[in-house]
Each structure stands twice: as structure tokens, then as C-alpha cells.
Design a protein around this ligand. Structure first.
Ligand SMILES: Cc1cc2nc3c(=O)[nH]c(=O)nc-3n(C[C@H](O)[C@H](O)[C@H](O)COP(=O)(O)OP(=O)(O)OC[C@H]3O[C@@H](n4cnc5c(N)ncnc54)[C@H](O)[C@@H]3O)c2cc1C
Length: 171
């Protein structure tokens, strides 16, 4: 892929799109190296940082998240899209993961396992590594929590995405 991008840039044009395509592939490689480096710790609740995560074992809240019936429209739309198509944008993945692991405080590994069963692009390192980072136990210097309402306002301003998946915007 990288060689094709370089060839295209040489023959046609180098622009923001070719830059980002190459850049994102570096993340893919990074997480492949990451899982080789950490092995079993990729799947531990405390992650590679050895932190104690929120780890509530709330099955009902977890099922609501899986089914897209949390009552939070941006989260519900995303989870419904995932169930219906097996796909989800990186933005939506980060938001639903943050919601489950940080806002609801549920064991992040449940979410990672659900993604594993649903995603058509499931890949061990990228999935479990990204989940760890969002849960605050992986490689991220900024221990962040997504403000899903602000994210919805920013990335789905007119509510079209939420409406597409039958999740009311409340707007
Ligand atoms: C919680 C969570 C779970 C994820 N699980 C997976 C997974 O199981 N499999 C998977 O391939 N990606 C996973 N990702 C990463 C990312 O969301 C997807 O790779 C991305 O949505 C693919 O979209 P695209 O094909 O349009 O990629 P583009 O944005 O066009 O990027 C090109 C390629 O770069 C790679 N890439 C882009 N972003 C990332 C990233 N953050 N981490 C690793 N590789 C990346 C992918 O191979 C992608 O196809 C996950 C992200 C999060 C936050």
C-alpha cells in the first residue's frame, strides 16, 4: 500500500489525502508491533500501563450499549451502524469505546470482545491497542475522555447520521 501511495504521488499528485493515507498505515503497523511487544498484556484489564481501570461488570448496561439503546443518540446510532454493517468510522469507534469504558465505567475488554465479534476489519493489535488507549490503560500520554455530545455537535452537526440510524437528536 505504501509503495502504491508513493508511486501515485510521483506519477499524479501528492496532497493531503495521500499524506493521511500513508500516515494512518503507520498506526496499523504500530499496533501490530504493539501486540507483539506486549503479548498477553494486550488483553489484561490493567493494560500495558498497569493501571486499575473502571471495571464494572454491569451486564444490562453493556447490552444496552451493544444494542444501541443507551439513550445517547450519537452512541446509539454508531452501535446500530456497527451491528447492521460490521463497519464504523474511527471517530465513532473512539466515542463508543470512551462511552462504555469511561462514562459507563464498564470493563473495556467486554467492548473489545464485542468489536471483535462485529467488525469486518477486525485485527488483533489495532482493536485491542486502540481499546486500551481509549480506556486509559494503554499507550496514550493524554488520559482523555470524549465528550460525546460535543463530538456529535462537531461531527454530526445537522443530525443526519443520528437520523440515518434512527437515533433521535433531541434537537
Ligand atoms: C476502539 C477501536 C477499535 C478499533 N479496531 C480496529 C480493528 O479491529 N481493525 C482495524 O483495522 N482498525 C481498528 N481500529 C482503527 C480504525 O478505526 C480503523 O482502522 C479505521 O476506522 C479504518 O477506516 P478506513 O479504512 O477508512 O481507514 P483510513 O482512515 O483511510 O486509514 C487507512 C488504513 O490505516 C489503518 N488505520 C487507520 N486508523 C488506524 C488506527 N487508529 N489504528 C490502526 N490502524 C489504523 C487501517 O488499516 C486503515 O484501513 C480501531 C479503532 C478504535 C478506536
Amino acid at each position: 500500500m505504501a509503495a502504491e501511495i508513493r508511486r501515485y504521488e510521483a506519477e499524479r499528485v501528492a496532497n493531503d489525502s495521500t499524506y493521511w493515507m500513508f500516515f494512518e498505515l503507520l498506526w496499523r503497523d504500530y499496533f501490530h508491533f504493539w501486540v507483539r511487544r506486549w503479548q498477553g498484556r494486550a488483553f489484561k484489564a490493567s493494560g500495558v500501563l498497569g493501571r486499575t481501570p473502571c471495571g464494572a461488570q454491569d451486564r444490562e448496561a453493556f447490552l444496552r450499549w451493544c444494542q444501541g439503546s443507551t439513550g445517547e443518540p450519537f452512541i446509539d446510532a454508531s452501535m446500530r451502524e456497527l451491528s447492521a454493517t460490521g463497519q464504523l468510522s474511527n471517530r465513532a469507534r473512539q466515542n463508543v469505546a470512551s462511552w462504555l469504558a469511561r462514562s459507563e465505567g464498564i470493563d473495556w475488554r467486554w467492548g473489545a470482545a464485542w468489536f471483535e465479534s462485529q467488525l469486518i476489519d477486525f485485527d488483533v493489535g489495532p482493536n485491542w491497542g486502540n481499546w486500551q488507549y481509549v480506556a486509559g490503560v494503554g499507550n496514550d500520554p493524554r488520559n482523555r475522555i470524549f465528550d460525546v455530545r460535543a463530538q456529535a455537535q462537531r461531527y454530526d452537526e445537522d443530525g443526519a447520521y443520528r437520523a440515518r440510524w434512527g437515533a433521535a437528536t433531541g434537537a
